[in-house]
Design a protein around this ligand. Structure first.
Ligand code: HEC
Length: 211
């Protein structure tokens, strides 16, 4: 009986002292098999100093990583790169009615609002911005397709880069269509997907074009 009482007191004392760590009020004390309820892996958005910074996830890909199927465009975005593109780059897609048709659809979505249906620079946004080229003016009617690719990829002055919107193939497809507009006054039927934006364009027209 005496041992039983002593044993119970000892057990109670041990559980009492083990249950809370006086040094740290947040410490849960002695934990029984903590791995069962505390995962050793990092929690999402937790702080860790493991890699020398404090980020546990949402990390950037390793430098030089490229997406599957994506070939980086290697010519630099400068005058020399532009010249080289005109000499070395050629459309890998055949000049077939199907490709031109697909290019036309892309043109109707991404280009027509600036460049206009017939490539005269008379798209609704183009008229507001001003400074649009004509695909068939002296400077553009013989523009090499490589230079087009370069400008669509990097952007040129008022034209932004379309590299994030159009895959490499899509850029070449739309170039096939742009070529049909070089030296042509009219092409009838490209669908202007910006027609729905008429009211907004009206509103913008009152404002001065950004420089
Ligand atoms: C925001 C209006 C805008 C959009 C959208 C736009 N462009 Fe342009 N684009 C311009 C302007 C402005 C220039 C003239 C740039 C310069 O030479 O200063 C230009 C130039 C060009 C040129 C001549 C490039 C060169 O090297 O001289 C081509 C080709 C072209 N655009 C094709 C396209 C295609 C294809 C699309 C759609 C994928 C497109 N653009 C979308 C405004 C636009």
């Amino acid at each position: 009986m005496k041992y039983l009482v002593l044993g119970s007191v000892a057990l109670a004392a041990v559980s009492f002292f083990a249950s809370c760590d006086k040094m740290d009020p947040n410490s849960p004390g002695v934990e029984y098999m903590p791995d069962m309820y505390r995962s050793p892996s990092y929690e999402t958005n937790a702080i860790t100093t493991f890699r020398g910074d404090t980020v546990s996830c949402n990390r950037l890909p390793v430098a030089g990583t490229i997406a599957r199927g994506f070939m980086p465009y290697t010519l630099p975005n400068d005058t020399m790169g532009y010249r080289m593109s005109g000499i070395t780059m050629h459309n890998p897609l055949p000049n077939t009615p199907e490709i031109v048709e697909q290019g036309k659809i892309i043109y109707g979505k991404f280009c027509v609002h600036c460049h206009g249906k017939s490539g005269q620079g008379d798209g609704k946004v183009g008229l507001i911005l001003g400074g649009m080229p004509h695909y068939d003016d002296a400077a553009h009617k013989d523009l090499p397709e490589g230079k087009m690719f370069h400008s669509i990829t990097y952007g040129k002055n008022l034209m932004g880069s379309h590299a994030s919107q159009l895959s490499v193939d899509d850029r070449w497809k739309v170039i096939r269509y742009v070529q049909t507009l070089q030296g042509k006054k009219e092409t009838a039927s490209v669908t202007d997907s910006t027609a729905a934006a008429k009211p907004a364009v009206k509103m913008l027209k009152g404002k001065k074009a950004p420089k």
